[in-house]
Design a protein. Structure first.
Length: 198
């Protein structure tokens, strides 16, 4: 059944998703190192908030309002980063292999606060309310992903990845068809990526 679906609809789009500051850029780096084609416009380069770059596509931010999503057909077989808040706007006419990054929410909040500080900004929402909002969002997103047939999902823990990178890199490789170079994927991960440890 999956082979027939693949024949009719083409290769799935590989989507790296999760909350902001949950390790999505790290996973994009791993996939690129492993040999996967990456879809990124390069407009947002590396900075102090993300030392190796963000791997973003500006057009993704318009998924909520843009009616023309035909461009996503060109991304089939490649990896693209889509923040978790925008996953529900991906068109069901395509299939998606979603690598969904999870991270300790206290670390996410710490990392977001540090990024805002680097920009000279601050949040109007306290951590308790923000954490509750994230928890509701993640629960709703998981339900949505489980009920839409266009999504196939692998959840990956950022925290566990940094503890046992080889095992987790192999999990990602198997999920995406087993064609990636796991050693090169694992070599991307380093302690400098873990700057908001809890």
């Amino acid at each position: 059944m999956r082979a027939l679906r693949r024949f009719r609809r083409g290769e799935p789009v590989v989507v790296v998703s999760g909350l902001p500051r949950s390790g999505t850029s790290m996973m994009m780096q791993m996939l690129e190192a492993g040999g996967m084609e990456i879809y990124s416009d390069g407009l947002r380069g590396a900075d102090e908030g993300n030392l190796r770059g963000y791997y973003e596509v500006e057009r993704v931010k318009s998924l909520e309002t843009e009616e023309d999503t035909f461009w996503l057909r060109d991304v089939r077989g490649e990896a693209i980063k889509v923040i978790s808040f925008l996953l529900k706007h991906l068109p069901e006419s395509l299939d998606y292999s979603v690598v969904f990054m999870q991270r300790n929410l206290d670390e996410v909040l710490d990392s977001q606060a540090k990024l805002l500080a680097l920009r000279g900004e601050s949040s109007d929402t306290d951590d308790t309310r923000m954490r509750a909002m994230f928890e509701r969002h993640l629960a709703g997103t998981k339900r949505m992903l489980a009920t839409r047939s266009c999504f196939e999902v692998l959840e990956v823990s950022f925290n566990e990845m940094l503890v046992d990178v080889s095992r987790n890199a192999e999990r990602v490789n198997r999920f995406l068809g087993g064609r990636l170079d796991v050693e090169r994927m694992a070599a991307v991960v380093s302690p400098e990526l873990y700057r908001s440890r809890r």
